[in-house]
Design a protein around this ligand. Structure first.
Ligand code: GLC
Length: 741
C-alpha cells in the first residue's frame, strides 16, 4: 500500500515536470552518468536555468562568490548546476582575439590578449592556413584565460560597404567567407575550445540592429546568406552558432523555427548549440520552440517564462529537454567540464609573431607605378597622416576590439625595419590631436629634405552604427584630398614618390584620387603587430599576396544595395513599444558585389579578387573533372618574375543558360601557392561540390543544376581570367527543399 502511495506521489510530480531532486547519494553526474540520466534527474527549474545564461563571476576557473572584481570581463556564461556536476562555461568575444578585462582588482598580473588581424584582412590572404593560424592563436588564449567559447567568427556577408561591422566580417562572397570562417573555426577549436559563428543570419547593417526586419528573397537567402554559414558549418563544425538580433522576413531569427530548426538542423545538418546575441528577454517560449537553446544575456524572468509555459501547457517539456540536451552536449566538450587548469599565461610573444606574419599575408598591393615598392633601405621617409602614428588602427570598435598589450604603428614598424623616418614629422604628429592639413610650402620643404613620402588614410567603424556616404568616411575629406595633392605635387616635382597606405576597416571611395599616388597599399586594420607587418611588405621582406575579398566600386551609388541601406542612424535601443519597426528590403537579391558588377559589365575601381605582387605569375594546364558529387580542377601556377612570392588561384564557374538568370561567373573554389622562387611552379588542386553550382528556384522551392557545358575559369581576379576549361554536365538535377524562411 505504502509503495503505491509513494509511486502515485512521485508520478504526479513527474507529470507536472517538477520531479524532486533524487537523493544526493545517487544523483547522476554529468560525465559519469549518461546525458539521458542527468536530464531525467533535472528539475524543471534546473532545465530552465540552464537554457538562460547570465552574467557571472569566475574566480580562478570556478564559479566564485558574486564579487564584482572577480569578473574576468568576458561577455557571458552558462549557469552551473553543481548538484548534477554541470559546471558554468564562459563565453568571450571576439573575432580578432579574446576580449577580457586586462587587469583585475587586487591582482598584480595582467590579462592582455593578442590583437590579431581583423576578419577582412584574414579573408584578404585567401589562405585557409592563415585563417587556421589566426584561429589557433585565439583559441589558445580562450583556453589559457579560462574561457570556453570564442564568440567568433563574425561572418555576415558584406552586403553593403557601409556596414559598420564589416571589419569583423570576411567577404561579399559566400564561398570565400564561409571557407575562411570554417578554417578559422578549425583553428580555434583545435585548442579544445568552442566558437560561435555569428550573426545568424542577415545582420548586414548596424542601424536599428535590434529590431530591423531584413526582408530577403529565398534565392538570395539560400545562394548567398545561408550558403555562407553552410560552408562554415561543413568545414568547421562550430560548437555553437549565434542567432542575430534582427528579424528575418517577419519573425526575429532567434524565434524562427524554419531557420533554426528546419534549415539549420534539418537541411544543414547542424548538431551544435544555438545561443542568441545579447538581446536580453524577448519571446522566450518562441525562442525555445525554435530550438534557440541558450538565451544571452539571461535574466530570471526568462527562467520563469519557461517554467510557467511548461506548467500552463504552452511549452512542451520534450522541446525543453531537446534544447537542454543540446546544451549538455556542448558543456561536456568544454575546458570547464574537463576541469582544465588555465594558466592565465598564454604565450603572447609567440602569438604576436603569428599575428604579424598572418597580417602580412593579407596585405593587398593595389597600385605600384614603376616599381615604387619595395622601398630600398636607407631612404629618409616623410611619414604623413595621424594614422601612421598614434591614430593607427589595429582593429575597429565594439565587441570586435581586443585589450591588446601594445600596438606597433606604422612609424614604429618602419623604424623597426631600419627605415629612417623624419623625426620632425614624428614630433609634429605625436603632438597633434587630429590629422594635419599639409600645405604646399610645408610639402615642398619636406620634399627637399626627404627621399620619399608615405601618407596614411585611416577609417574607424564598429558595432552599433553604420558608416556614411560622406567626406571623411566613404569619401576622402577635402583636407585629406588637398594634403595628398600637395604632397604628391611637391615630391613629384623633385622626381620623388608618394605611397598611400589605407588603414581602414571597410571599402572607401578610391576613384577620385587613386591616380595621385605612385603606390597604394591596403593593410586594412592589421592587429597589434600591424606596423611591423606593413613594414615587412614595404621593404620586400614579404612579397604582397593579398587579394580583395570584395569589390571597390567607382561610386557608392553604383552598389545595388545602396538603394536599400539605411543612412539615418536610429540608434539601436530595443524598444518593444516602438510603433514603427525598421526594415531593409534586400531588393538587389543575389546581385551583391561582383555578381552584379561582373554580370552587367559595370566598371569598378578595383574588382573582387584583385591584388598585385612584386613578381608575376602565369597559369597553365587547367584541367577539370566533373563528378556527380564533387568536381575537381587542377592548374599550374608559375612564378615568371624576378622575386619570390605567393599567388592565389581563384576558380570561377560560368553556368549555361537555364530558366533562371544567373551571374556571369561565381567563385567555386580557391587555393594559394607556397612561396614560389622565380621560375618555380606549383600545381594546385581545387574541389567543390557539384550541387554548389546549382541555382535556387523560388517558384519550385528547389535547387536546380542545369545540364549543359559549364566553363571553369582560373584567374587572378574576377576580371582577370588566365585559363578556361569546359565541363559538360549531361544530366540536370532538381532538389526540392522543405523550409521557406
Ligand atoms: C554584441 C554583439 C555580439 C557579441 C555579443 C557579446 O551585441 O552583437 O557580436 O558577441 O554582444 O558581447
Amino acid at each position: 500500500m505504502k509503495k503505491a502511495i509513494l509511486l502515485t506521489l512521485f508520478l504526479s510530480l513527474v507529470i507536472a515536470g517538477e520531479s524532486k531532486p533524487v537523493h544526493k547519494a545517487n544523483v547522476p553526474q554529468l560525465g559519469k552518468n549518461s546525458i539521458d540520466e542527468v536530464l531525467k534527474a533535472m528539475t524543471l527549474q534546473e532545465k530552465a536555468e540552464l537554457l538562460v545564461g547570465g552574467d557571472y563571476e569566475v574566480v580562478n576557473g570556478k564559479k566564485g562568490p558574486v564579487l564584482p572584481e572577480a569578473k574576468i570581463g568576458a561577455a557571458g556564461m552558462t549557469k552551473a548546476i553543481p548538484r548534477l556536476g554541470i559546471p558554468c562555461t564562459v563565453l568571450t568575444d571576439g573575432p580578432a582575439g579574446v576580449r577580457i578585462s586586462p587587469t583585475r582588482k587586487g591582482d598584480s598580473r595582467t590579462y592582455y590578449a593578442t590583437g590579431n588581424p581583423i576578419g577582412t584582412l584574414v579573408a584578404s590572404s585567401w589562405d585557409t592556413q592563415c585563417a587556421r593560424a589566426v584561429g589557433r592563436n585565439m583559441g589558445n588564449e580562450v583556453l589559457e584565460y579560462g574561457c570556453d567559447v570564442l564568440l567568433a567568427p563574425g561572418m555576415c556577408l558584406h552586403r553593403n560597404p557601409l556596414c559598420g561591422r564589416n571589419f569583423e566580417y570576411f567577404s561579399e562572397d559566400p564561398v570565400l567567407s564561409g571557407t575562411m570562417s570554417g578554417n578559422e573555426i578549425l583553428g580555434v577549436q583545435s585548442n579544445g575550445v568552442g566558437t560561435s559563428a555569428k550573426h545568424f543570419v542577415c545582420n548586414n547593417q548596424e542601424t536599428f540592429r535590434y529590431q530591423n526586419n531584413s526582408i530577403v528573397g529565398q534565392r538570395a537567402l539560400r545562394e548567398l546568406y545561408l550558403k555562407n554559414f553552410e560552408f562554415a558549418i561543413r568545414i568547421g563544425n562550430p560548437w555553437t552558432i549565434m542567432s542575430s538580433y534582427n528579424l528575418l522576413n517577419g519573425p526575429c531569427t532567434q524565434e524562427s523555427k524554419p531557420l533554426l530548426h528546419d534549415w539549420l538542423r534539418g537541411e544543414a545538418g547542424y548538431k551544435g548549440m544555438v545561443m542568441t546575441d545579447w538581446s536580453g528577454p524577448r519571446n522566450t517560449v518562441n525562442q525555445v520552440n525554435a530550438e534557440n537553446d541558450l538565451m544571452e544575456w539571461g535574466l530570471d524572468v526568462q527562467v520563469q517564462d519557461i517554467i510557467n509555459a511548461v506548467k500552463d501547457g504552452k511549452l512542451s517539456i520534450d522541446v525543453v529537454n531537446r534544447n537542454v540536451r543540446n546544451l549538455l552536449n556542448y558543456i561536456v566538450k568544454t575546458p570547464h567540464f574537463r576541469h582544465y587548469k588555465a594558466s592565465d599565461a598564454p604565450d603572447l610573444k609567440a602569438h604576436a609573431a603569428v599575428a604579424r606574419e598572418m597580417a602580412a599575408q593579407g596585405i593587398i598591393l593595389l597600385k605600384n607605378r614603376e616599381g615604387t615598392l619595395p622601398l630600398v633601405q636607407g631612404q629618409k621617409i616623410a611619414l604623413f597622416g595621424i594614422g601612421s602614428y598614434k591614430g593607427f588602427l589595429a582593429n575597429g570598435f565594439g565587441s570586435g576590439d581586443v585589450n591588446k598589450p601594445y600596438v606597433v604603428n606604422i612609424f614604429k614598424g618602419l623604424e623597426n625595419a631600419g627605415y629612417q623616418v623624419d623625426p620632425d614629422m614624428a614630433e609634429l604628429y605625436e603632438d597633434a590631436d587630429a590629422d594635419i592639413n599639409i600645405g604646399p610650402s610645408y610639402a615642398r620643404h619636406r620634399a627637399s629634405v626627404d627621399n620619399v613620402a608615405i601618407m596614411t588614410i585611416r577609417r574607424n567603424s564598429g558595432e552599433g552604427s553604420d558608416r556614411r556616404n560622406e567626406p571623411g568616411d566613404w569619401k576622402l575629406s577635402p583636407a585629406e584630398l588637398n594634403t595628398m595633392k600637395n604632397i604628391a605635387d611637391a615630391f613629384h616635382a623633385q622626381g620623388k614618390k608618394l605611397i598611400v597606405i589605407l588603414n581602414i576597416g571597410g571599402v572607401i571611395e578610391t576613384t577620385s584620387w587613386k591616380n595621385i599616388p605612385d603606390a597604394i597599399l591596403l593593410p586594412w586594420q592589421p592587429g597589434e603587430e600591424g606596423g611591423n607587418a606593413i613594414a615587412n611588405v614595404i621593404s620586400g621582406k614579404v612579397c604582397p599576396s593579398g587579394h580583395l575579398p570584395m569589390t571597390f566600386p567607382l561610386a557608392y551609388e553604383d552598389v545595388p544595395s545602396s538603394k536599400n541601406f539605411p543612412q539615418n542612424d536610429n540608434g539601436g535601443v530595443f524598444d518593444k513599444d516602438k510603433s514603427t519597426i525598421g526594415f531593409t528590403k534586400y531588393d538587389e537579391g543575389i546581385w551583391v558585389g561582383y555578381r552584379y558588377f561582373d554580370t552587367f559589365d559595370k566598371p569598378v575601381s578595383y574588382p573582387f579578387g584583385y591584388g598585385l605582387s612584386y613578381t608575376t605569375f602565369s597559369f597553365s594546364n587547367l584541367k577539370v573533372r566533373y563528378g556527380r558529387e564533387v568536381c575537381k580542377a587542377v592548374v599550374t601556377v608559375t612564378n615568371t618574375g624576378k622575386v619570390a612570392g605567393k599567388e592565389v588561384a581563384q576558380l570561377y564557374v560560368s553556368a549555361p543558360k537555364g530558366a533562371l538568370e544567373k551571374p556571369k561567373k561565381e567563385l567555386r573554389a580557391f587555393a594559394k601557392t607556397r612561396t614560389l622562387q622565380p621560375g618555380e611552379s606549383q600545381t594546385l588542386t581545387m574541389t567543390f561540390r557539384t550541387m554548389d553550382m546549382a541555382s535556387f528556384n523560388e517558384n519550385t522551392n528547389s535547387w536546380v543544376l542545369d545540364p549543359g557545358v559549364y566553363q571553369v575559369k582560373a584567374g587572378q581576379s574576377v576580371e582577370d581570367i588566365k585559363a578556361t576549361a569546359p565541363m559538360k554536365i549531361s544530366k540536370g538535377v532538381q532538389k526540392k527543399v522543405l523550409a521557406v524562411i
